[in-house]
Design a protein around this ligand. Structure first.
Ligand code: PLP
Length: 432
């Protein structure tokens, strides 16, 4: 198999460069003759293997999705078992056992969020929340209320509606005028200063609770979620939590909103829902919102996708939730969060090129700086180049600008975590 891979690598790369198109990628550079992309062919636990047989720690959980490691026997078995029965059936007009079980399991984590709408990924989970919000307001006779408040530098996905909320100009500015009317604020302090005339048409407020990912791992102040809940209740504004990145243990609790015991009106889940195996997402909401959609035919929510409630995805999601219990994932994680914080602290002491470390649970960002102590200019591509260098030391991750994202699968062992940070130290030495 190894020889087959090495021989095939050239063919795969050629086909990729000729026909592929990668997300968020400068294709001219990608396709340049001197660019040799890594072709990932296998994975086990926190390790990924390329077509040349090199092994790497999956330092960003394959774009923030993986939870219990790659090729986990329990997840693999759940997939295989479901595949023997049926992989996909339409959820439009039919129920299916795995989706029923999963909806019940997800609702079981919450008090008010008892309705679960499935979709495919983080963006469609957000898109669904936005469309539910818009339709809800129309149904209750408040159709003019359709503005969304979002936070500076937020990221909520790339479909047209979700992208229009985005606070990162590079991703969102081209599309903002084609999506939702949105107002960005920087903090709760700025939010509470908005006067009632500015709030008249505001339907909902959206936030990545506890920590913004794409905004270079920006950790929110403690107590913020409680304040947002109170403010939203006082102003007839719905609260949308985008837990696409933070859900499923990433911040140390199953869901980030549990840190402050706050339930939003909409909760969006994706990435870790299937342990990082398959695209599946869920938008949870409460019975008050759901009940507005009940009645005459024109109240129905006309939204959905072909693969909604995919049985394979739901089966692996159920196994993912089972693993949290059988492997005691969250209890094991507490010590690893502490260890990560200590190891990164030591790294920052060793290297003056580290400008800042920001951590929330098992999400960390290591921001680099120039030798003169200043932050890198926005268009600098140091983070990207640093991550390419890190491959030589067996670490795969991606930066956000000049911040290296450290977000390994929750299943990483303490020893592997030490290896990860040792690879970072080697990269620092080799790079600077
Ligand atoms: N919301 C947040 C907070 C995210 O981090 C992401 C992806 O990184 C998304 C939404 C979009 O999810 P997806 O890429 O699965 O569409």
């Amino acid at each position: 198999a190894a020889i087959f891979c090495i021989v095939s690598t050239e063919k795969w790369i050629e086909a990729d460069k000729r026909h592929g198109w990668h997300p968020f990628t400068r294709q001219a550079e990608w396709c340049a003759a001197d660019h040799q992309p890594l072709v990932l062919v296998a994975g086990e636990g926190v390790w990924l293997e390329d077509s040349q047989g090199n092994r790497y720690i999956d330092g960003n959980s394959s774009i923030w999705t993986n939870v219990h490691g790659h090729a986990h026997p329990v997840l693999n078995a759940a997939l295989a078992e479901q595949a023997q029965k049926v992989c996909h059936t339409s959820y439009l007009g039919f129920a299916n056992p795995r989706a029923s079980e999963l909806a019940e399991r997800l609702a079981g984590y919450f008090t008010s969020l008892q309705r679960v709408f499935f979709s495919d990924d983080g963006s469609t989970a957000m898109e669904c929340a936005l469309k539910m919000e818009v339709q809800y307001r129309q149904l209750v006779g408040q159709g003019e209320k359709c503005e969304i408040i979002a936070f500076d530098s937020c990221y909520h996905g790339d479909t047209m509606g979700a992208a229009s909320l985005g606070g990162v100009d590079a991703f969102a500015s081209r599309f903002r005028s084609f999506g939702m009317p949105v107002r960005h604020v920087s903090s709760v302090e700025q939010l509470v200063e908005l006067d009632s005339s500015q709030l008249e048409n505001v339907a909902a407020l959206v936030i990545e609770p506890m920590v913004q990912g794409v905004n270079q791992i920006h950790v929110w102040p403690e107590g913020m979620l409680v304040k947002l809940r109170e403010w939203c209740d006082a102003h007839d504004v719905h609260l949308i939590f985008d837990e696409v990145m933070t859900g499923f243990g990433r911040t140390g609790k199953m869901f980030a909103c549990q840190h402050e015991a706050v339930e939003p009106d909409f909760l969006c889940l994706a990435k870790g829902l299937t342990g990082g195996y398959l695209p599946l997402a869920a938008t949870l909401t409460n019975e008050k919102i759901y009940s507005a959609f009940i009645g005459s035919a024109d109240r129905a929510f006309y939204y959905g996708h072909s693969y909604t409630a995919n049985q394979l995805g739901c089966a692996v999601a159920l196994a993912n939730l089972d693993l949290f219990e059988s492997e005691n994932t969250l209890a094991q994680l507490a010590g690893k969060i502490q260890l990560l914080s200590e190891l990164l602290g030591e790294l920052a002491e060793e290297f003056v090129e580290i400008y800042d470390i920001r951590q929330c649970g098992f999400v960390a960002g290591v921001e680099l700086r120039q030798l003169d102590g200043k932050k890198f200019p926005l268009d600098d591509r140091l983070g990207e180049h640093w991550c390419v260098k890190a491959r030589e030391f067996g670490l795969l991750t991606r930066p956000v600008l000049d911040t290296i994202v450290v977000m390994p699968p929750l299943s990483i062992t303490e020893d592997e975590l030490r290896q990860l940070v040792a690879a970072m130290a080697k990269t620092m030495k080799a790079y600077f």
